[in-house]
Unconditional design. Structure first.
Lengths: 268, 260
């Protein structure tokens, strides 16, 4: 059963899963509290445009995806503030345009044969050793930023108007948060898949808010849940030769339902 | 004459071309307890946001203690409407109150013991110190509103501005909030947006009726006293109809009232 642990590629996938869980657990609660799930979905799908562009023009996929994700984050953050009343419509458009560009560009790439599905749904074979260093570096960056802006993020999440009155740069913080989502999306893309990972931002946060009394607690609990879901999902993917993203998501969905049944109401 | 706490001069404001306020002028003197009343959509909350500097008037001026709201100096204690929209967010009462001193954190952006002590003191003032470690979702609507008032007090404000503080609170909770505001008014200017006429008439010193334009009313201490007596006499319910009935009745002025 555990011979998987001997395989270098699976070891990479497991370490990557743990590192991604830290980023997801830190960022997920903030995106949920700030109602950014749809915005994050927009960023994730628009990232596919960058993947297509990288393949078509022949540069690094990681670079293409990062640029596309950050541009999408900036556009969405701008829309959310400037056109708040129609933001969801505009985000839906960014979402589809990014995806369309990615598909068209990869259609146009001659002799292209990499499995595109792996970017959308993740693959345990896709993580390289150098990816782990990027992930570790990003975890450290995210951790420092969240630590430094902890109370600003708390105020933004609980009461943005009051936060602004207290001198918090809410618009900059909103952009920073979406930027963090963008990098998380890019790093989690290989293992979990662009389409799948949004649910991994929300499910652990949704479960943990019922059990904790602080933002920090929600982050810790979310990291723990993400780790459990990802590791279990990766083993299932290995044993039954499945796409890793959907395996992780279904494990997470099961965990989320069980936790919801155990405690339907927010901690009281 | 003393400098007013708030001066609104010929302010006009519109949302997307639809006029909300037209040529509104009013003064709030220091130590006043002003209630902003009027129909829904009449511009009450807009006027409050203009006073706080969150919105900018299209024409006219808003001055707080003689200065424009974005000029540094005036600290506004803002208490938002208790809508319960973010109740699921895990946060304790003490952490909510600490938001009132957010800009006073130390170099590594943490709250030190002095600030925590200040927050606990603010909770004491609103008689919520027993609940400092409790999650905000565990509290009743009235308790939650008192925590939000403590948050505003924690920032040592020059003026308190409250937007419908009792909108979703039961009768006794509302009376407690207004009793608290009356006590705070001894040392602080208060502006409150409210749709609850009976509370306003029982506690506020002035009322500004806002429906695109403004009409000021003075509520004399006799009326206040009488209405407060009516409010005290009702346990759990006091609806608009009863209030107007009481108003229609010729209210006898008692000895106590004359000296109130």
């Amino acid at each position: 059963m555990l011979e998987a642990l001997q395989m270098p590629f699976f070891q990479h996938a497991l370490v990557a899963g743990m590192l991604i869980a830290v980023a997801l657990g830190l960022i997920g609660p903030l995106t949920m509290a700030n109602r950014m799930t749809f915005m994050s979905g927009g960023i994730a799908h628009a990232t596919y445009g960058g993947v297509g562009a990288a393949i078509f023009f022949g540069f690094s996929v990681l670079l293409g995806a990062t640029l596309a994700a950050l541009v999408a984050a900036a556009v969405i953050s701008f829309i959310a503030f400037r056109y708040a009343h129609r933001a969801d419509t505009a985000i839906g458009i960014v979402w589809a345009i990014g995806m369309a560009i990615g598909v068209i560009l990869s259609d146009l790439t001659p002799g292209y044969n990499v499995d595109l599905m792996s970017f959308l749904f993740g693959s345990i074979l896709a993580v390289g050793a150098e990816d782990l260093w990027y992930m570790a570096l990003f975890d450290l960056t995210a951790l420092s930023l969240v630590w430094y802006f902890y109370y600003d993020f708390m105020a933004l999440s609980f009461d943005p108007v009051f936060a602004k009155l207290q001198g918090v740069k809410t618009q900059a913080l909103h952009l920073l948060l979406l930027g963090l989502v963008a990098v998380t999306v890019v790093l989690a893309m290989r293992l979990v898949g662009l389409i799948m990972l949004i649910a991994l931002l929300t499910m652990p946060s949704f479960s943990s808010e019922r059990y904790v009394r602080s933002l920090g607690g929600m982050m810790l609990f979310s990291i723990l849940l993400s780790m459990i879901y990802i590791v279990a999902g990766l083993f299932l993917a290995y044993w039954y030769d499945l796409s890793s993203g959907p395996s992780v998501i279904l494990v997470a969905a099961f965990g989320t339902i069980v936790l919801f049944m155990m405690k339907r109401k927010v901690a009281r | 004459m003393n400098q007013p706490a708030v001066e609104v001069r010929h302010v006009t404001f519109s949302y997307d071309g639809e006029s909300v306020l037209e040529n509104v002028s009013l003064r709030v003197e220091m130590g006043d307890f002003l209630a902003i009343i009027g129909p829904n959509g009449g511009g009450k909350s807009t006027l409050l946001k203009l006073m706080m500097g969150i919105l900018k008037p299209h024409s006219g001026d808003v001055l707080l203690f003689g200065k424009h709201p974005d000029e540094n100096g005036t600290i506004i204690g803002y208490v938002p409407q208790e809508t319960g929209h973010n109740l699921d967010f895990p946060i304790t009462a003490l952490d909510v109150v600490l938001m009132g001193v957010l800009h006073k954190r130390n170099r590594i952006r943490r709250f030190d013991d002095t600030l925590r002590e200040k927050a606990r003191h603010a909770l004491e003032k609103v008689r919520m110190d027993h609940a400092s470690g409790r999650r905000i979702a565990e509290l009743s609507g009235g308790e939650r509103q008192r925590v939000l008032i403590a948050r505003a007090l924690c920032s040592d404000p020059d003026i308190l501005m409250l937007d419908e503080p009792t909108a979703s609170i039961d009768f006794n909770g509302q009376r407690e909030i207004f009793d608290l505001l009356e006590e705070l008014n001894k040392t602080m200017t208060i502006v409150v947006v409210s749709h609850d006429m009976s509370m306003v008439m029982g506690y506020a010193k002035h009322a500004a009726y806002i429906n695109r334009s403004a009409v000021m009313h003075t509520i004399d201490s006799h009326t206040r006293y009488q209405i407060k007596q009516q409010l005290q006499g009702h346990e759990g319910h006091y609806c608009g109809a009863e209030f107007w009935q009481d108003m229609g009745k010729r209210i006898e002025c008692t000895e106590e009232c004359k000296h109130a």
